[in-house]
Design a protein around this ligand. Structure first.
Ligand code: FES
Length: 115
């Protein structure tokens, strides 16, 4: 995404896979979200599910997405692949933390901090 407000990258030390997540935020709402997975099929599936779940949501609503929610969204994951959903969720947490820091420092496009 060329005009992302936030870009983060998270890695899983156990498998070495990585995911990049980008958010475009307008009026405290995630207007667009893209991911780039350098991981397994389960990470691609959970990353995709994550983007579907948070697009159009406020930053506050997006913070409520859990690993369990993502697991259910993809129709379940075997225990050995749960860390793939954890990686996607960790990327979201990092992106939201960065977005909130951006708002609090006045770098955001909106003067109001996210709820
Ligand atoms: Fe590493 Fe899926 S095996 S993210």
């Amino acid at each position: 995404m060329d005009d992302a407000d936030v870009t983060v990258q998270e890695g899983d030390p156990t498998c070495g896979d990585m995911i990049q997540l980008q958010l475009k935020i307008e009026d405290n709402v995630i207007e667009d979200v893209k991911f780039l997975s350098f991981g397994c099929a389960a990470n691609i599936a959970t990353g995709s599910a994550l983007t579907e779940m948070v697009k159009g949501e406020t930053l506050g609503e997006s913070k409520k997405v859990t690993v369990k929610d993502i697991k259910e969204e993809v129709g379940g994951l075997p225990p050995v692949k749960m860390h793939c959903a954890v990686l996607a969720t960790r990327a979201l947490e990092s992106a939201l933390k960065k977005a909130i820091e951006m708002y609090e420092s006045g770098e955001g496009s909106e003067s109001e901090p996210p709820d």
